[in-house]
Design a protein around this ligand. Structure first.
Ligand code: FES
Ligand code: FE2
Length: 424
């Protein structure tokens, strides 16, 4: 079975790749052993009984970094060989190809737990390079003064961060890679990856402050990717994708691998690059050679500008006196089903949206990171946040997380005019 790489997104059962079952079992066992070594045999026994989904009950977010060290240092070469097998047997790459030396063990605790983490706990999406190149990578670290992930994440601790929509070349990855996202625990839809498969880099632009999509681009509703433990998602990371904030009650554990059919090349608009790579032939032969592909010597052609500029939902400026309890928004007939606009009243921005059940209004800033909800895709009565894909019921403001609720406002229709009551 082979796939064409561009635009690819396929979920594979564990038996689609030779050796996947056995390696998955070893990864789970290694995580349990590492927990035992760090927290004692009772913690390991509890995890064995409850599954990796209960990892947050036996580990503090601060323990996730040391867990990564133990697991990835031990299984690194096995994971790289597994990636080589995917290239050969799934992707059908017969010539030599490249595998990213940066292996990621993704550990996302439930949001309700992670948001209380110590600020020193690692980001859920952090990986590890081979020990032999860590010093060289540290020496190559560069900064862009515009890049401000803490600002984007509204000062949440890094352990609670979730990726906004992006394509991987915006974040220093090679231009023509293929990603393997391997569910080690069960991954429910409200803790998994989300894809926007109809959106490519030519449709949207990157915000250099976050390296995620700029605000103002209307996104379609996200496609959710629930996976059973052991299943793999193989996809083209130049399709827009992101992370659903883990609003489930369970820890999500996944491994990410990256393959490149050709020599990696990097987006010249990204200030850094993932520069350390292995050749599949070296991996298979047991050679530990890590190539250092310096960003400045491996730049891809600059992408053409997005085909369309951002087109935010229209904004209506509404003047409300200090004591006003309601304001007129305009003729009700101007807002057809599925349409929306933002009512701007001084500092307050309220999103007004007509769904099948009627007209609804709520604060336009997501209660999580403050992302502008007017860019989010709606389906029925649910509006998906364009930041981390949490779905809000526009009738109630509720989401599947008790931590995240929209502030809603009553909307009335009288004599063909829409009125917004300003008392939530
Ligand atoms: S910004 Fe994260 S759910 Fe809205
Ligand atoms: Fe990504």
């Amino acid at each position: 079975m082979t796939f064409s790489a561009r635009g690819l997104r396929r979920t594979l059962a564990p038996d689609a790749v030779p050796g996947a079952h056995a390696l998955h079992t070893r990864i789970v066992a290694k995580i349990v052993d590492a927990v035992g070594a760090m927290k004692g045999p009772a913690a390991a026994a509890s995890l064995r009984a409850s599954g990796l989904e209960a990892l947050h009950t036996v580990l503090d977010p601060l323990d996730v970094g040391p867990l990564r060290d133990r697991v990835l240092d031990c299984l690194r070469e096995d994971l790289l060989r597994f990636a080589a097998r995917i290239g050969r047997t799934v992707l059908g790459w017969h010539d030599d190809f490249y595998i990213d030396d940066y292996l990621i063990l993704r550990v996302n605790f439930p949001y309700a737990v992670a948001r209380a983490a110590d600020g020193a706990a690692e980001n859920p999406g952090i990986g590890r390079l081979s020990p032999s190149v860590r010093a060289a990578a540290a020496a190559r670290r560069v900064r862009d003064p515009r890049y401000d992930p803490r600002g984007y994440h509204r000062n949440h601790p890094p352990a609670a961060w979730a990726h906004g929509p992006h394509v991987d070349s915006w974040t220093g990855h090679s231009k023509d890679g293929i990603n393997v996202w391997w569910a080690i625990s069960d991954v429910p839809a409200d803790a998994g990856m989300v894809l926007y498969p109809s959106v490519t880099p030519t449709d949207v632009a990157c915000d250099p402050r976050s390296l995620y999509v700029r605000s103002g681009y209307a996104l379609p509703p996200p496609v959710f990717v629930p996976l059973a433990a052991g299943e793999l998602l193989v996809f083209d990371p130049e399709l827009l994708h992101g992370t659903h904030l883990n609003v489930s009650a369970q820890t999500r554990v996944a491994v990410s691998l990256r393959l490149n059919e050709r020599r990696p090349a990097f987006d010249p608009d990204c200030f850094y690059a993932r520069e350390f790579w292995r050749r599949a032939s070296d991996v298979v032969a047991g050679r530990g050679t890590v190539l250092h592909l310096k960003r400045e010597e491996h730049l891809a052609a600059r992408a053409s500008a997005p085909a369309r500029p951002p087109a935010a939902a229209p904004t209506v400026t509404v003047t409300a006196g200090d004591d006003a309890t309601a304001v007129a928004l305009g003729p009700a007939s101007l807002l057809a089903e599925g349409e929306r606009f933002t009512a701007a009243m001084g500092d307050r921005r309220v999103l007004v949206l007509r769904t099948p059940s009627g007209v609804h209004a709520f604060d336009a800033a997501c209660p999580h990171y403050g992302i502008d909800l007017s860019d989010g895709g709606a389906e029925g009565e649910t509006l998906a946040c364009p930041g981390c894909a949490v779905g809000f019921d526009v009738r109630t403001g509720g989401s599947s997380s008790p931590c995240l609720t929209l502030t809603t406002y009553p909307v009335r229709e009288a004599d063909g005019t829409l009125y917004l009551d300003l008392v939530p």
